[in-house]
Ligand binder design. Structure first.
Ligand code: G1P
Length: 299
């Protein structure tokens, strides 16, 4: 018999304005920007679904309608595809909404930070552990291995405490991340897990407790809601998720998993371009042609 999955809900904070990608994001959500042929948000939703999660909660804002429409039935499109016997495309379009997947949408009425966005989802999450995925961070699991959130769900089932995905980042980039420090605990196989004893949002290189940066994947226990609710504003005047996690550490164990796989920071132009090139190279339809095109470039 299958074990009942412990993580049933994933929260996607998607209310951000995407100012780093203007003018592309003036009238469309940054989460709808495609890497090759799929929007960023779809990669994240598929990662959550692959990890056994069936309830997807989107914390949205104004101008984010396209995200709701993307996961909804597109009647006109589907009937056109039926009429023109484009069966493969029809299957592709319909695959975005598996029957057993439930979606909820809640508004974050003001840009008060990531912690505040997560708090907006509290009533939809309930009193249970949940995942948070930042769609800007596109995560690709190792070839032949498990997707990153699935690695985390497995580790959570063993550890039982909140868990953050981390990776080593260059010292001159620590100010772009939540940075953790901790003691190594026993993992399975090659897995590296830390029990976190310090976490700081966007420290300067001189004060960073380590170079372990939090990537945009979290599994959190519901105790974090209470911490976020009662915390003061943090860096940039925002209610930071990192600060809520720091407070949670006073009452519960918090772990960090050095995941296997690759992260593309698609919130930056550089990361977005890298993801586009690398995912295009492995794409079943365009990969081979794109590779020979790149080889022919005089750069
Ligand atoms: C957020 C978090 C930060 C984390 C990062 C990962 O920052 O606040 O702790 O390391 O995501 O992408 P943002 O990139 O939204 O500024």
């Amino acid at each position: 018999m299958h074990k009942t999955p412990q993580i049933k809900t994933a929260v996607f904070p998607v209310a951000g304005l995407g100012t780093r990608f203007l003018p592309a994001t003036k009238a469309q959500p940054k989460e709808m920007m495609p890497i090759v042929d799929k929007p960023l948000i779809q990669y994240a939703v598929e990662e959550a679904y692959a990890a056994g999660i069936r309830h997807m909660v989107f914390v949205t804002g104004r101008n984010k309608r396209a995200i709701e429409d993307h996961f909804d039935t597109a009647y006109e499109l589907e009937s056109e595809l039926v009429a023109s016997h484009k069966d493969e495309l029809l299957t592709l379009v319909r695959s975005l909404q598996p029957q057993d997947m439930n979606l909820s949408f809640v508004r974050q009425p003001r840009s008060l930070g990531l912690g505040h966005a997560v708090l907006c989802a509290e009533h939809l999450v309930g009193n249970a552990p949940f995942a948070v995925l930042l769609a800007d961070d596109l995560m690709v699991g190792p070839t032949g291995g498990l997707p990153v959130l699935t690695q985390m769900v497995h580790a959570f089932e063993r550890l039982g405490g909140s868990l953050l995905a981390v990776q080593e980042v260059p010292l001159d980039q620590v100010r772009r991340y939540g940075i953790v420090a901790g003691e190594e605990v026993e993992g399975v196989g090659n897995e590296r897990v830390l029990k976190v004893n310090n976490i700081v949002e966007k420290p300067s290189p001189g004060t960073a407790p380590s170079r372990m940066g939090v990537a945009g994947r979290y599994i959190l226990t519901p105790g974090v809601f209470e911490q976020i609710r009662s915390q003061p504003q943090g860096v940039g005047g925002e209610i930071q998720l990192t600060d809520g996690i720091a407070r949670l550490m006073a009452t519960e164990a918090v772990y960090a998993l050095q995941y296997e796989g690759k992260r593309y920071d698609c919130g930056s132009k550089q990361g977005f371009l890298q993801a586009t090139v690398e995912l295009a190279l492995t794409h079943s339809e365009v990969g081979a042609d794109f590779r020979s095109y790149l080889r022919g470039l005089k750069i």
